[in-house]
Design a protein around this ligand. Sequence first.
Ligand code: GLN
Length: 245
Amino acid sequence: MKKLIALVTAIVMLLGTCALADTLTMGTNAAFPPYEFYEDETIVGIDAEIAAAICEKLGYDLEILDMNFDGLISAVASGKIDFAMAGMTKTPEREQNVNFTITYAIGVQSIIVPENSPITCLDDLYVEGASYKIGVQQGTTGDIYCSDDFGADAVSQFLTGADAVAALVAGKLDCVVIDNNPAKAFVEANEGLKLLDTDYSEEEYAIAIALENTELLEKINAALEELIEDGTIAEIIAYYIPVEE
Ligand code: GLN
């Protein structure tokens, strides 16, 4: 009998340890610096670090899956991943398929052009008769706005922001429309490009979670609130986006 009790106790303890080490799977598209990018084989960046801080607070291990941005919402909705964090903008359309947490960062759509480009501001893209080739990352807000405003024929979609920028560098595009901080990182990493600041659209970044998983939504929101309040989020953002003097 004693042996049986010891065995049951051991099994219960083992299960307890396993429960503690539960894993949350985050989906992202790791070609979007400074939010997510590869450093050697590891995905790092603002989102990866905030996710790690949330998981640490909640007692989960974190696993990060690199996927196409365009597939993230359906991966969340189908339960393939527990949450998506990818510099993802909260939009009413996406909110029909997933819940979003509170906002943890702000993004603004920006335009990258070659240094000698005739495009000097957003309005230039709207000029009557202009037929610029605009590169975007497929399924992003930049893609949706540009396709709406300039028509599908003017817009070339790429699987990653990095691919769109490579096409711009290769002379295949006139500009790339993408979020401001990745835009800055791409301009710094590639010679001959410059950034046009616009107020095309200011957007709120949040974490996407399955509609039915309200328990995880509440947990992550509580952790995020604490991390915002104690300055951790600001510290992580300041590390990756140093304030310009
Ligand atoms: N913020 C944009 C969006 O949510 C782009 C995000 C991204 O490319 N990772 O659509």
